[in-house]
Design a protein around this ligand. Structure first.
Ligand SMILES: [Cu+2]
Length: 477
């Protein structure tokens, strides 16, 4: 695994050599300090996972109480309380992430997975974060959105020396502002974020907050994107825009778990965008309000109802609503190419093209030739096409009524009356009350047509035309 992830290693040599010069000078003067190997023994235990399942919320074993979040296809990092300080240990390392059943990616992440574990603390907590670098190149961690001493901001070269491979640095600050944050490297960013290095951070309010309501369910995830050629395992890190895997927490539908909710629960969903483009995130069934961003809670007077909210690059949004409609509600990015898995590109539009005869001629040369897309692309969801190893069909996912024709940034919010408080398990498909599902009716009768209007003058079909030529004057005076 390690070897596969280091194939982008060579171009880094120059930068690493540069670090060797700069690091020694900088280390003495900054607050993020290297830890000696003797001190390593005293570090918090490394907790990691190789699973891509949604883990149950981590109830705080100590410190101020709070209502924990649920990370979609992720987990929360346990901490060690030491002299009143919450100590976390993050390990930056190559990981294997299942993007969806049938496809694994060789990514970089933290503590066994990409994204890394969610960090949950409480407003006012003193937080100490050890970061061990097991990558083949240097790294750093920026704590996006936090108020902290400048030397803890994690911008390699600017506020600290880079963390060299094999070394452990420590960050320490007080979580001053409650809200929705994330962490990611500020070192060789294009490569390290394209490889999946990122994680969520939630600072819960201490006690009641005038702008932060208690909720029954609190979900979080990051938007990310990869360019992994069908059959390959490692992302192309130079891709600027044309990604082929649009993911939530490094999972593509149907690999993204559903958000399982009890009827009438108050629900908060926190989302951060670390892709290279914006994502209009759309929830069916209810209206929501954006109650906060990475800048903090939104004043109540500035909230309005929405069913879609656009999340720009580097932004975070938290949405809230009461889940008072039962059902299986789609929840997805509204860019239609972002609810697709690979192979959707470079195919000409064939809708309306009659292939009859043509296909027959081609099959004389290519026996298993198959016409795709002359009636749209929906047939592809039903097709069992031979795929290269380790990729996903472009549309997949099965619902109770057939193929969902979705991939990428799509999942379902399942709202159920019988779901128990605190139960996040999947209740299965919604059982619709009789008579409430769209259904076929008998063959339509001949459409009613209005009788042809009697033309007052001239023959029927005589139409007066106004002809305009490009660049010229109107042809009718
Ligand atoms: Cu999108």
């Amino acid at each position: 695994m390690r070897a596969a992830a280091t194939d982008k290693d060579n171009p880094m040599t120059t930068r690493r050599d540069f670090f060797k010069l700069g690091g020694a000078v900088a280390a003495a003067s900054v607050s993020a300090a290297s830890i000696s190997s003797a001190a390593m023994a005293a570090l918090p235990e490394i907790v990691s996972t190789d699973k891509a399942d949604t883990q149950p919320p981590l109830l705080p074993p100590n410190g101020r109480p709070y209502n924990p979040v649920v990370t979609l296809n992720g987990w929360t990092l346990p901490w060690r309380m030491k002299d009143g300080v919450k100590e976390f240990h993050l390990v930056a390392e190559p990981v294997v992430r299942e993007i969806a059943p049938g496809m694994k990616a060789h990514l970089w992440g933290y503590n066994g997975q990409s994204p890394g574990p969610t960090i949950e603390v409480v407003e006012g907590d003193r937080v100490r974060l050890y970061v061990t670098n097991r990558l083949p190149e240097h790294t750093s961690i920026h704590w996006h959105g936090q108020r902290l001493p400048n030397g803890m901001d994690g911008v390699g070269g600017l506020t600290q020396p880079q963390i060299p491979p094999g070394k452990t640095f420590v960050y320490e600050f007080t979580a001053r502002r409650p809200g929705t944050f994330m962490y990611h490297p500020h070192a060789d960013e294009m490569v390290q974020m394209a490889m999946g290095m990122m994680g969520f951070w939630v600072t819960h309010p201490k006690g009641r907050h005038p702008l932060i309501d208690p909720v029954d369910r609190d979900f979080c995830f990051l938007l990310n994107a990869y360019d992994i050629e069908p059959g390959a395992y490692t992302p192309n890190v130079n891709t600027m825009l044309d990604f082929n895997l649009w993911t939530w927490n490094s999972r593509a539908f149907p690999g993204i778990d559903s958000l399982n909710v009890r009827l009438n629960d108050k629900v908060r969903i926190r989302i951060g965008n670390l892709t290279m483009t914006n994502h209009p995130i759309h929830l069916h069934g209810v209206e929501f309000e954006v109650t906060g961003t990475d800048g903090g809670p939104v004043p109540r007077s500035a909230r309005w109802p929405e069913v879609t909210t656009d999340i720009a690059v580097g932004q975070m949004r938290q949405i809230e609503f009461v889940a008072n409609e039962e059902g299986d509600w789609a929840f997805h990015c509204h860019k239609s190419h972002h609810v697709m898995n690979p192979m959707g590109h470079g195919v000409p539009t064939m809708i309306g093209v009659d292939h009859t005869g043509l296909a027959k001629k081609i099959t004389r040369v290519i026996p298993d030739y198959m016409v795709m897309g002359e009636r749209g692309m929906a047939d592809m969801a039903e097709m069992e096409m031979p795929l290269p190893d380790n990729t996903l069909p472009m549309m997949m996912g099965q619902g109770q009524y057939g193929p969902l024709e979705m991939g990428g940034m799509f999942t379902v919010m399942k709202v159920r009356r019988e779901q128990k408080r605190g139960d996040y398990s999947d209740p299965g498909w919604f059982r619709h009350p009789p008579g409430t599902v769209a259904h076929e009716v008998g063959a339509p009768a001949e459409p009613m047509r209005a009788p042809p209007a009697a033309a007052p003058q001239g023959k029927a079909g005589d139409v007066e035309l106004v002809v305009r030529k490009p660049g010229g004057h109107g042809g009718h005076h």
